[in-house]
Design a protein around this ligand. Structure first.
Ligand code: CP
Ligand code: NVA
Length: 308
């Protein structure tokens, strides 16, 4: 059964919970193994994932490639500019051709409509490797890291600081599916997508918007931030100036709950959205979070290919 993973809602709360359990089990099973060894059950033996990148990536490309290898399959990296997409071949025709050749397609792009078009025309699962609207694969790794750090998802108080971007949107989507609270501290005009907020609230998540960074983090179990200016965003002086009060620094981290965890999807801009002392401090779980991209991608791939 081919399943697209354009958003966390494509899977739903139960399937996301199943992905998290599978990822934890697979991670535990190979904890003393070398990185490249194939999982004992080799569930995607012979399967190939094509990854199309219209934007830069380090973690997403390496973690999907490693995930496919550990599941017994392999991955192809296609830089869009060096494919015929870069010379104007349509998304629809690319979807038709790749569907005859590979088992699944991952796309990192700008306009979310492009991945919807790809999924519409593809006969194999399509996975969202980040669009301007959302980054659901990141949130599977983030939830895994939150649980590993001892926080339960129901009742979780999570603070998001800064720009209401693609990662924030998917985190808010997760709040609805997994029933937790997101307090967004950020400037006016840079809020997360209103549709994501409304759907999360309707699904039973709590989403609170505040302009006060201290109010956002007060008593939080998890604090999350991301770059102030995402790939493809115009940015500019006014944008960066508006973000300054939302820097995650030691003073802000003094307001969180005891045992709180700091997350950042990376790449980080040290000295902007987060200081060195927080990135490298005891609350930071950013390197586990980055590693968990592999474990998360594996469970997403297994779900998309109907094996979970
Ligand atoms: N977090 C994340 O998606 O990183 P990359 O841009 O390096 O893939
Ligand atoms: N919000 C960031 C995430 C990078 C992984 C961006 O879109 O550039």
């Amino acid at each position: 059964m081919a399943r697209d993973f354009l958003s966390l809602s494509d899977a739903g709360g139960d399937a996301v919970a199943a992905m998290l359990n599978d990822a934890m089990d697979r991670k535990a099973a190979r904890c003393a193994w070398p990185k490249g060894r194939v999982d004992a059950d080799s569930p995607l033996s012979g399967h190939v994932l094509a990854m199309i990148f219209e934007k830069n990536s380090t973690r997403t490309r390496v973690s999907f490639d490693m995930a496919m290898r550990q599941l017994g399959g392999s991955a192809l990296i296609l830089e869009a500019g060096s494919t015929q997409i870069g010379r104007g071949e349509s998304i629809a025709d690319t979807a038709r051709v790749l569907s005859r050749m590979v088992d699944a397609i991952m796309l990192r792009t700008d306009d979310h409509a492009k991945i919807e078009e790809l999924a519409h025309y593809a006969e194999v699962p399509v996975i969202n490797g980040l669009t301007d609207l959302s980054h659901p694969c990141q949130i599977v790794a983030d939830l895994l890291t939150v649980i590993e750090r001892g926080h339960a998802l129901p009742g979780l108080q999570l603070a998001w600081l800064g720009d209401g971007n693609n990662v924030a949107n998917s985190l808010i989507e997760a709040a609805g599916l997994m029933k937790f609270t997101v307090r967004v501290g950020g400037p006016a005009g840079y809020e997360p997508d209103a549709g994501f907020i409304a759907r999360a609230r309707a699904a039973g998540g709590e989403v609170i918007l505040t302009r006060d960074a201290q109010e956002a983090v007060a008593g939080a179990h998890v604090v999350v931030t991301d770059t102030w200016v995402s790939m493809g965003q115009a940015g500019g002086e006014q944008h960066v100036a508006a973000m300054q009060p939302y820097q995650v620094n030691a003073a802000l981290m003094a307001k969180v709950a005891a045992g709180a965890t700091f997350l950042h999807c990376l790449p980080a801009h040290r000295g902007e959205e987060v200081t060195d002392e927080v990135m490298d401090g005891p609350a930071s779980a950013v390197w586990d979070e980055a590693e968990n991209r592999i474990h998360g991608q594996k469970s997403i791939l297994l779900w998309a290919l109907g094996k979970l």
